[in-house]
Write a protein that binds this ligand. Structure first.
Ligand code: ADP
Ligand code: 5GP
Length: 212
């Protein structure tokens, strides 16, 4: 059956498990696309332009914004981040779901965009702040200073929890993954996403007429 794709927004304080859940979701359904953001931050070791992010200068980034090429954009940790619009429109129209790993500012903008009705938003909470810090340190990606910066920002991020459709405490990873799958499965069945329904209903009513 024909359908409109979903915009799946996944937000959380840094370290709560967004990337881990996003990867598992894609392993479950490889048809789910990732929205590759543009950013002005420097690539980390192992990151490739066009795969994790489109790495751009501030000028290049601002040109994209001015040209209306961004669905949303925001400053996070002193760098600009934004989601290019074209791949999103293409995915939704083609019936493919697209997943966003973006912060609360981006979440707000997407929820207020022309594609608002195709959005399903999920916020991940850590079981505790101590555990959040433990995960950030265990990930081994950041210096002690960066971890401290991320911890400071997490209070701000968590304060936006109530703006999301679904809020999950990411305690047990398997349980969180299962909950996210359930949300995606149900959201795909929303009337709005099932664009093939009009034809189906027309056929049902034609059948009624034929019985007269
Ligand atoms: P984010 O993308 O939100 O910054 P990550 O997905 O990178 O967070 O997760 C941060 C760290 O915590 C990673 O090392 C990841 O393996 C670990 N992690 C994620 N979810 C859980 C969980 N439910 N239980 C234990 N560790 C987790
Ligand atoms: P990182 O630099 O660690 O990859 O990402 C830092 C933060 O920026 C994360 O909270 C992530 O969700 C957020 N982020 C990444 N891409 C985007 C984007 O396109 N838009 C917005 N608003 N936030 C983003």
């Amino acid at each position: 059956m024909q359908r409109r794709g979903l915009l799946i927004i996944l937000s959380s304080p840094s370290g709560a498990g967004k990337s881990t859940i996003a990867k598992r979701l894609r392993a479950w359904d490889p048809e789910i696309r990732f929205s590759v953001s543009a950013t002005t931050r420097a690539p980390r070791p192992g990151e490739e332009d066009g795969r994790e992010y489109y790495f751009r200068t501030r000028d290049e980034f601002q040109e994209m914004v001015a040209a209306g090429e961004m669905l949303e954009h925001a400053e996070v940790f002193g760098n600009l981040y934004g989601s290019p619009l074209a791949p999103v429109e293409e995915a939704v129209a083609g019936g493919a779901d697209i997943l966003f790993d973006i912060d609360w500012q981006g979440g707000q903008q997407v929820r207020n965009s022309a594609l608002a009705e195709d959005v399903v938003s999920i916020f991940l909470l850590p079981p505790s702040i101590a555990e959040l810090e433990r995960r950030l340190i265990a990930r081994g990606q950041d210096s002690a200073e960066t971890v401290a910066g991320r911890m400071q920002k997490s209070k701000d991020e968590i304060s936006h929890w109530a703006e999301y459709d679904y809020v999950l405490v990411n305690d047990d990873l398997d349980a969180t993954e299962e909950a996210v799958r359930t949300i995606v499965r149900a959201s795909r069945l929303r009337r709005r996403q099932q664009t093939g329904l009009n034809d189906r209903l027309r056929a049902l009513f034609a059948e009624f007429e034929a019985r007269k």
